[in-house]
Design a protein around this ligand. Structure first.
Ligand SMILES: C[S@@+](CC[C@H](N)C(=O)[O-])C[C@H]1O[C@@H](n2cnc3c(N)ncnc32)[C@H](O)[C@@H]1O
Length: 260
């Protein structure tokens, strides 16, 4: 049994980024394809709410986009900005709450791909977030929002595992559902990182809560922010030529929300 440490996984951006940073390419290519397909103007300014370590932002900045992001976690923001500086780029991230922010200049697109949105624990926070995004987008701009819905016609997936290695650092990650409180709309999740370095092995264990959305609950939420409409839906296979129809068995969805 390895040494076990309890903590907030987001406080350890080096480990988070090793696991999820290696997965950037499919999302990156998909984002570019979404901009080309769903925005009728040239795209230059981008914003990522809850940008974390900036694994996607930095690739987009290197491709010439003007990018910015916010995140509640100061360690993640510091890691993100240090990464930008290492690449000779200006800092792009600020500490901020995605349910209450204002950008100095409007952006052509915003994105939030892997469930970060579900960290917002109330309807008021979710509406606040979408209102902030809508206010931040130019007319015709899009918000690419990826999340897992709770299926109503089948059982939800209960766990996911990832693994990555860089040099002497190996991180294996496991996330599992501890159960869903349908009334309170909370999914309780366990997650750990097993970290292996040449001198230490330990398990970093966290507990998270995600707000739950069925298809209908998500549609009801979107109706509360009339400036945003669902333009298209995809899934986490990120195939731009294969939009999906969301039904009662759908779990992973990427909504393309368009600002009217
Ligand atoms: C799953 S990570 C995703 C990070 C990044 N978007 C990515 O794709 O790698 C979720 C992030 O949401 C951030 N977060 C949670 N609640 C937030 C809030 N209210 N406002 C801003 N960031 C938040 C966490 O600190 C964490 O960095």
């Amino acid at each position: 049994m390895p040494e076990t440490v309890e903590g907030n996984l987001y406080d350890f951006p080096k480990y988070y980024d090793l696991i999820f940073g290696s997965d950037w390419k499919a999302e990156y290519d998909f984002l570019l394809a979404c901009f080309a397909k769903h925005i009728d103007r040239s795209v230059h300014r981008l914003f990522e709410p809850a940008c974390g370590t900036g694994r996607l932002l930095v690739k987009l900045a290197q491709a010439g986009f003007a990018v910015s992001g916010n995140d509640l976690n100061p360690n993640a923001v510091k890691f993100c900005n240090a990464r930008f500086q290492r690449h000779g780029l200006e800092s792009a991230a600020v500490i901020g709450d995605m349910s209450n922010f204002r950008l100095r200049r409007k952006v052509d697109a915003a994105f939030n791909t892997i469930n970060s949105f579900r960290h917002l624990g109330s309807e008021a926070a979710a509406v606040g977030h979408l209102e902030c995004v809508a206010r931040s987008l130019v007319k015709g701009g899009i918000y690419v929002l990826g999340l897992h819905l709770i299926p109503t016609d089948c059982n939800p997936t209960e766990d996911e595992a990832w693994s990555a290695r860089r040099g002497n650092l190996q991180v294996n990650s496991y996330m599992w559902s501890k159960g869903i409180d349908k009334k309170a709309r909370i999914e309780h999740l366990g997650m750990y990182f097993d970290v292996f370095t040449p001198t230490r092995q330990f398990r970093l264990v966290d507990h998270m809560e995600y707000r739950t959305y069925t298809k209908r609950q998500f549609q009801n939420l979107i109706r509360k922010v009339p400036e945003l409409q669902i333009e298209e839906t995809y899934d986490f296979t990120y195939r731009i030529d294969t939009p999906i129809v969301v039904d009662g068995s759908t779990e992973d969805v990427v909504f393309i929300l368009k600002k009217s």
